[in-house]
Design a protein around this ligand. Structure first.
Ligand SMILES: CC(C)(COP(=O)(O)OP(=O)(O)OC[C@H]1O[C@@H](n2cnc3c(N)ncnc32)[C@H](O)[C@@H]1OP(=O)(O)O)[C@@H](O)C(=O)NCCC(=O)NCCS
Length: 193
């Protein structure tokens, strides 16, 4: 199935815990202010784990103005018109890992514990499966225990742990953890019956 067909399935509204409902849709060019506000609202300590300098407006502007869903597909969660969560499917076009997607996810602290990350990862994994990727992986620093636990609950298994292998944005070393999930295509499911 094509990525375009997958994108046509959005926006979607999901009903989560405690009567909370959220709209999920791909990031748009016009989201720059909202996305920048989202990253500014993250605790400083957590921003250190992000691979980019997301508190800098030019970084966010570049992301919003050069959207290429085939390389990075950010699906944002919106509450009251504001971005409160983001999960991105990263793909390498060509190369050894062209059949492997990478997923990252972030939820604002006050919106956690309602199933939002779970809903976003579910959407990303479905897109990855439907466009024919064979695996999805997720990378963590060892301290991201909540995230590691959540991905394990969603079927991801530990592929690799390297002690003190990566550095956060303050150059402090952390363990590197790689988790992965093997995807089955619809055809393979049909064949299993
Ligand atoms: C990890 C994170 C994305 C979870 O977001 P969330 O919306 O609160 O997650 P959900 O509500 O969908 O929780 C899904 C499951 O994960 C587990 N979980 C989530 N947060 C947890 C925590 N702090 N401690 C233990 N388990 C946790 C729960 O078991 C939960 O399942 P349940 O609700 O059925 O019990 C969020 O805490 C976050 O943004 N953290 C910082 C960024 C990060 O580490 N991202 C991952 C990098 S790829």
């Amino acid at each position: 199935m094509s990525l375009e067909l997958e994108l046509n399935k959005f926006p979607k509204r999901v009903n989560l815990k405690g009567g909370f409902s959220c709209e999920l849709r791909p990031l748009r060019r016009t989201d720059e202010e909202s996305l920048h506000a989202f990253f500014r609202m993250l605790p400083e300590k957590e921003r250190m784990f992000i691979k980019h300098r997301v508190n800098e407006q030019p970084v966010i502007r570049d992301w919003c103005q050069n959207i290429d869903y085939a390389r990075n597909l950010p699906i944002v969660g919106l509450a009251d018109g504001k971005i409160v969560a983001d999960a991105t499917l990263h793909q390498q076009q060509g190369g050894w890992k062209r059949h492997v997607g990478r997923v990252s996810v972030l939820v604002l602290p006050e919106y956690r514990g309602r199933g939002l990350a779970r809903a976003l990862i579910h959407e990303i994994v479905e897109v990855a499966r439907n466009i024919g990727l064979e695996h999805v992986e997720a990378e963590f620093m060892g301290d991201q225990e909540a995230a590691i636990k959540m991905f394990a609950l969603m079927g991801f298994s530990n592929l690799l742990t390297l002690e003190d292998y990566v550095k956060d944005m303050q150059a402090i070393k952390h363990d590197y953890v790689l988790m992965g999930l093997q995807l089955k295509t619809d055809e393979e499911y049909a064949g299993m019956g």
